[in-house]
Design a protein around this ligand. Sequence first.
Ligand code: C5P
Length: 243
Amino acid sequence: MDMRERLIIALDFSRADEALALVDELKDLVSFYKVGMQLFNAEGPGIIERLRKKGVKIFLDLKYHDIPNTVAGAAEVAVRQGVEMFNLHLSGGRKMVETTLARVNKTVEETAMPRPLLLGVTVLTSLDEKTLQEEIGIRRSLKEQVLYLAKMGEAAGLDGVVASPQELGLLRRSLGESFLIVTPGVRPSWAAPNEQKRITTPEEAIQKGSDYLVVGRPVTKNASPREAAKKIITEMNGGNNRC
Ligand code: C5P
């Protein structure tokens, strides 16, 4: 796959015009965009249709976590909206994952819409081991919990997981080669880390086996988003050993 198709830009904006202007600026360079809670809550589902009209792919990052029937219902709507990728929290349990997958497949059959990739969120990268154990009450180590949930997702039939680039080695060793790993927390050497702590460069993330890189501020807050995206794609190509 062309590196340009493996870069997902996070549209973390509160207004549609900002998001749409960025997509125009990155035309022919970036074709995959992440819509998260901020933009979705500000603009509603109409933003998906507006982005789709520009011919780009959408990763709907709403991290569903609810009872199986409710998540399955939300997933059905996501399929009907034509997103290419969306996600749910694996800590919602295997039944939630399986019920959702079954509804996704049924909806795809009924509507002939393309089947979106369904990803699991393991442990949020903002949580450390102390918080995981002392506040949330998980007894496993953070890495064990990430791997445990990722394996559950794989066994339940998910397409992949969202993970910190620092977990790439562990996950790639333990999961099937075709199981997707999507990594935020990517920072080129020339960009500010912001509050992201467990970061790697684009080249490193590709080398360690990431399938898709999610990048926000290094592009969206750059004086020239287009130049920043070009540099990131060049760096991804430098590390390309999986294409
Ligand atoms: O601006 P930045 O590159 O840090 O944006 C990263 C994007 O990836 C944000 O939209 C953030 O919500 C998302 N994300 C993350 N860490 C996770 C999951 C998602 O940074 N574990």
